[in-house]
Ligand binder design. Structure first.
Ligand code: TYD
Ligand code: MG
Length: 456
């Protein structure tokens, strides 16, 4: 393309230049570069070999059809993450670490959708039908009308689908499927791209939804070309800590709904169980002694979730003190530590700092700044926080507190779970609620002043 925009061309080798030069760098010929007249007025048609394209229909927004009717599964947490169910003709990519439960989740989704009368096909390139049947038995779904196949050849899959009426197709995993007319092996960039493109085009044409399982690389990226993420409508990621039974399904991209939604599940011996009130779950094992532990009210997509943030500050035995973070951003932790140092004179030099979001949850909101700062202050015995308190607010580098979005829903959730006081930035626009004590602060320094620990 860039070539066509250039106005100078070597008459010898047809190489294009954006400006004139004495010698062609490609073929070495002298004085061979001449202005290319393909771009002179009237000759532009030459670019298209004189042929005109067809005129495209230009529509107005009103002519768009109504919202498509979504296919809902029995699993609300899954439907929520998709923005309210599967949109016909849409393509979804589900990624996650090996063994996290992708195949289990999709088998549950597939059988539930099939039970509701949808025509669902589950193609596995990783497992034999016997293995899938065994899993279905474990989930108590062996009677489902779901159709399964163990296949990896794209041509055969498309031929089979052409003869079927499909509502939902599951491809587990995209890295195992291959197009036989491409030489490189399954899982290669070109194979993955071709298979996703062909299958999504087919799905759009026949108006069924398709869910691809995508592997992740060692560092947690979705394997294969980044392009695949652009080719599908929705990307969801299944995550969880090893040894923890909770799994979080997180939207990364969604053309048909909010892109920061989460669904929470628990892996049991009979498959994944929905967790309808995640706040209760994340706070269930909270200690009564709250030294270094703070409850933060976060907003995940469309709903509030309370999580416990724990901090530990200990003298360091190493030259460089340790900063370990699980479930939060380590750059933001450094920022909070720097603010406490510069604005409040509290130094963490020579001290190891550990920060953990309990229950395997990952918090991404800056609204957690204040809760993290409070956890650090409480862990280093600077302040004593009221028991039964929930905190949220963003910290600016000056040490001032900034308001965050949806304070009301955060407070409502805290109240629902029996919390009595809320520590927030002053000036937050909220509707007063009975039974809740609001403590508002302008700066982080104010918070320290009002809650300074009184030594016994
Ligand atoms: P799987 O869905 O195969 O993971 P993925 O497809 O992401 O690789 O799930 C694997 C794990 O889940 C495996 O370690 C067994 C466990 N599991 C249960 O604990 N309960 C169950 O009912 C099922 C089906 C699996
Ligand atoms: Mg699997």
């Amino acid at each position: 393309m860039v070539k066509n925009l250039s106005k100078f061309k070597c008459q010898n080798c047809n190489f294009y230049y954006s400006k004139w030069a004495g010698q062609c760098t490609e073929c070495g010929a002298w004085s061979s570069i001449k202005q290319d007249d393909a771009f002179s007025k009237g000759q532009i048609k030459k670019l298209f070999s004189g042929k005109r394209g067809k005129t495209i229909d230009l529509l107005n927004l009103e002519s768009l059809e109504n919202e498509p009717k979504r296919l809902k599964t029995e699993i609300n947490e899954f439907d929520r993450v998709l923005g309210g169910g599967l949109v016909p003709g849409s393509a979804i990519l589900l990624s996650g670490d090996p063994g996290i439960g992708k195949s289990t989740l999709l088998l549950q989704v597939a059988t539930d959708a099939a039970d509701k009368g949808a025509n669902v096909i589950y193609i596995s390139g990783e497992e034999a039908p016997a293995q899938i049947r065994m899993r279905a038995r474990r989930l108590g779904k062996e009677k489902s009308t779901l159709k399964i196949a163990s296949e990896t050849n794209l041509r055969d899959i498309l031929t089979t689908l052409d003869a079927e009426k499909v509502d939902l197709l599951i491809v587990d995993s995209i890295q195992t499927i291959y197009a036989d007319y491409i030489e490189s092996g399954p899982g290669s960039v070109v194979q993955v791209r071709t298979c996703v493109l062909d299958l999504t085009n087919f799905a759009k044409k026949k108006d069924f939804s398709i869910i691809f399982v995508g592997h992740v690389t060692k560092d947690g990226q979705i394997a294969g070309p980044k392009l695949v993420e652009h080719m599908v409508d929705t990307v969801i990621h299944f995550e969880g800590e090893r040894g923890v039974h909770f799994r979080i399904l997180r939207t990364i991209k969604n053309r048909f709904g909010a892109s920061d939604e989460i669904g929470v599940f628990e892996m049991t011996s009979k498959g994944l169980k929905e967790v309808t009130n995640p706040s209760e779950l994340f706070l269930s094992e909270r200690d009564a002694i709250n030294n270094g532990s703070v409850v933060f009210a976060s907003i995940e997509g469309t709903r509030p979730v309370l999580v416990e943030i724990q901090a530990l500050v200990a003298p360091s035995s190493l030259g460089t003190a340790r900063r370990t973070v699980v479930g939060w951003d380590s750059a933001r932790l450094s920022m909070v530590i720097a603010i406490l140092d510069a604005r409040c004179g509290l130094s963490f030099i020579g001290k190891d700092v550990y920060l953990n979001v309990a229950g395997g949850m990952r918090v991404l909101e800056p609204a957690a700044d204040l809760a993290v700062a409070a956890a650090l202050l409480s862990a280093s015995n600077e302040i004593t926080l009221p028991t039964n308190a929930v905190i949220f607010g963003e910290l600016s580098l000056s040490g001032a507190l900034r308001q965050v979005n949806q304070p009301d829903s955060r407070i409502k959730e805290a109240k629902k779970l029996g919390f009595k006081s809320i520590l927030i930035p002053s000036g937050s626009k909220i509707v007063k609620q009975s039974g809740i004590e609001l403590k508002e602060y302008k700066t982080i320094f104010d918070l320290i002043k009002s809650n300074t620990r009184v030594s016994e």
